[in-house]
Design a protein around this ligand. Structure first.
Ligand SMILES: Cc1ncc(C[n+]2csc(CCOP(=O)(O)OP(=O)(O)O)c2C)c(N)n1
Ligand code: SF4
Ligand SMILES: [Mg+2]
Length: 350
């Protein structure tokens, strides 16, 4: 039954297929506030990469500025990493992936880093479909600079000081769908089972995946009147479906009632299983995704799940036909154009 597949990801072996332990995927000690949602997301990242048997040395971790952007220091110490300036992670991720398409890029950003100073870079990165797992740890505030409202804060929500937010929120999932992103999901830091399966599907996706995670800031936005705190999120989480993930190397025969589970085959042959809870939802349909996000927002609910999935969408690297060999490993013979090629270019400029 589908349920047995949906539960299978909870059985964790002591070593993965690479012979690595979960501790081989850990990072430095966190300096965030105890109970911060961002630490829960770091743990979910560790578990997903470990269970997906990804060598940490194949991973590049990228971020901007914020409490959220500090977190790549707290997972996968053995991976490559670059902590960029505020809102500029997309440019660095684009450069890294153009230089070496064999890397698996994971970017961690915040709602301030992405939806304010970095919005232009984020939008063009989505539009170009740069293969990166782009996580927004969304707490509705600028945690690092003492809790001012961010652009994702809900209208009418209150700061601890009693200040009310008068501006409408930006929905980063809806924005990503509108810009043609092939993988858009929303998770909740307090729902690890769903988040780990979303992350596994994102690792299997060849293209940009945008994951908006409601990740409460316990210091500045977890009180009554806040709409990004743990209690509010638990009470208002609306599951779009249950998510199961079957990696390509597991030849599991999935047997389920016709019409109850939607199966999507990813680029690497693994399967995402979406068990319907309430309606006939087609994740490849962008209009349905937008309708569902808008109706949830209008009802004051927090929709979570894999909102939009189009695995066949071509990435920027595929469109550019970038070489398989990392640029740093190409020799002079491959990099230097021939005399004839240079002469031809000169002729074209005449
Ligand atoms: C160019 C620049 N402008 C402003 C700042 C100040 N600043 C640091 S972090 C931050 C916002 C962080 O918010 P978010 O991305 O939501 O991360 P969080 O701390 O909430 O995880 C701001 C405005 C900065 N570091 N650099
Ligand atoms: S200030 Fe908020 S976002 Fe920053 S570490 Fe503390 S709880 Fe997390
Ligand atoms: Mg924030």
């Amino acid at each position: 039954m589908a349920d047995s597949v949906l539960k299978s990801s909870t059985e964790v072996p002591k070593e993965n297929r690479l012979g690595l332990k979960a501790t081989d995927y850990s990072g430095g000690k966190s300096t965030l506030c105890a109970g911060c949602g961002h630490d829960a997301v770091s743990n979910q990242i560790v578990r997903a990469f470990y269970e997906m048997n990804v060598s940490p040395e194949r991973v590049v971790k990228l971020s901007g500025i914020g409490c959220s952007s500090k977190t790549p220091a707290y997972f996968m110490s053995r991976a490559h990493g670059f902590n960029s300036v505020h809102g500029r992670m997309p440019a660095v991720a684009t450069g890294a992936m153009l230089a070496n398409k064999n890397l698996i890029a994971i970017g961690v950003s915040g709602d301030g880093d992405t939806a304010s100073i970095g919005l232009g870079q984020f939008m063009h990165m989505v539009r170009r479909n740069i293969p990166t797992i782009y996580i927004i740890e969304n707490n509705g505030v600028y945690g690092l600079t003492k809790g001012q409202f961010s652009a994702t804060a809900d209208e009418g929500s209150k700061l601890k000081s009693g200040v009310v937010n008068d501006l409408p929120p930006m929905d980063l999932c809806a924005l990503a769908v509108q810009l043609g992103c092939g993988f858009v999901a929303r998770g909740f830091a307090g729902d690890p089972k769903q988040m780990v399966n979303i992350l596994k599907a994102a690792i299997a996706h060849d293209g940009m995946s945008v994951i908006d995670v409601i990740s409460p800031c316990v210091t500045f936005n977890n009180h009554e009147g806040s709409t990004k705190g743990y209690t509010w999120a638990k009470e208002h989480q609306e599951l779009l479906h249950q998510i199961g993930f079957v990696p390509s190397y597991e030849q599991i025969e999935v047997d389920y009632e016709p019409g109850t589970v939607k199966e999507v085959t990813m680029h690497d042959g693994s399967k995402v299983l979406l068990k319907k809870l309430e309606e006939d939802y087609d994740p490849s349909n962008a209009i349905q995704a937008l309708e569902r996000l808008y109706s949830s927002n209008a009802n004051g609910e927090m929709l979570t799940g894999l909102v939009h999935l189009v695995p066949e969408k071509k990435s920027f690297l595929e469109l550019l036909h970038t070489v398989d060999t990392p640029l740093s490993q190409l020799g002079e013979a491959e990099l230097r154009p021939s005399r004839e090629a240079l002469e031809q270019i000169m002729q074209e400029l005449m």
